[in-house]
Ligand binder design. Structure first.
Ligand code: SF4
Length: 248
């Protein structure tokens, strides 16, 4: 084709720029995802899970308790919890009201107590009192979704089967345009495509630390951010938008 035939004849309005293909958008997100993961690793080399635990069982229960609650608050109740019920078998036999009283301060205590009891019964009945080390088995336990399963696999067993997506990780990754989904399962599906697998376990811990320090829910501190040159700041108001994007 003659390239000049693509140009509008003189006097015609300019044609809109060609839409980028889906493959092109995914390739850009992958390049950004790799750069973000590397940069976070340099900036937050010591990030780790802040839940306290001594075994995959304790980590599993602590992660169930951490829904809608800070890790600090969870750590304040797990000492007493595991002193009273140190094994899945012991916890499976706990009285619901007693358990609710111990975990009360973590919020949603009735639902959490129900989930913990159901989960421990599942561990005893189906897994000989051991925490299984596969995603498929973990998500079949009551109260265990992909997020909890990924925490247990990554932090408890060192197995990278996915990326943990909580509200903070989701929020920052949408700003970084690594995903556009609010739904955690869909967001994770995007992230495992663009974040290198050897970063999957630590990626979330680093993002959570970054969210606390810089990329806060309200008033993110973009001018101090180590990801500033990589981040399109999607969804943020104009004052956060990088100057080179304000006209686009
Ligand atoms: S540049 Fe702003 S929006 Fe992007 S990651 Fe940093 S603080 Fe968050």
């Amino acid at each position: 084709m003659n390239p000049t035939s693509l140009r509008p004849p003189d006097g015609d309005p300019p044609r809109p720029p060609a839409r980028r293909s889906r493959t092109g958008i995914e390739a850009t997100a992958k390049i950004r995802g790799e750069a973000v993961a590397r940069r976070l690793a340099e900036g937050y080399p010591d990030s780790r899970c802040s839940l306290e635990f001594r075994s995959p069982f304790e980590l599993l229960v602590a992660t169930i308790l951490s829904a809608q609650c800070t890790d600090r608050r969870v750590n304040m109740v797990t000492g007493e919890l595991f002193r009273r019920w140190p094994t899945p078998a012991a916890l499976a036999e706990a009285e619901g009201v007693e358990l609710e009283a111990v975990i009360h301060s973590t919020g949603f205590f009735r639902a959490k107590a129900r989930n913990i009891l159901g989960c421990c019964r599942g561990l005893v009945e189906r897994h000989g009192g051991q925490v299984p080390a596969t995603l498929a088995e973990l998500v079949r336990l009551p109260g265990v979704g992909r997020k909890t399963a990924n925490v247990v696999l990554g932090v408890g067993f060192g197995r990278a089967e996915g990326v943990v997506v909580d509200t903070h990780v989701g929020r920052i990754c949408r700003r970084l345009d690594l995903t556009r989904h609010s739904d955690a399962v869909r967001a994770e599906r995007d992230l495992v495509r663009v974040v290198p697998a050897d970063h999957w376990i630590t990626f979330s811990h680093r993002l959570i630390d970054h969210g606390r320090a810089i990329c806060r829910a309200r008033r993110p501190r973009c001018t101090e951010c180590l990801l500033a040159d990589l981040c399109p700041r999607r969804g943020l108001p104009a004052e956060n938008t990088p100057p080179e994007r304000q006209d686009s």
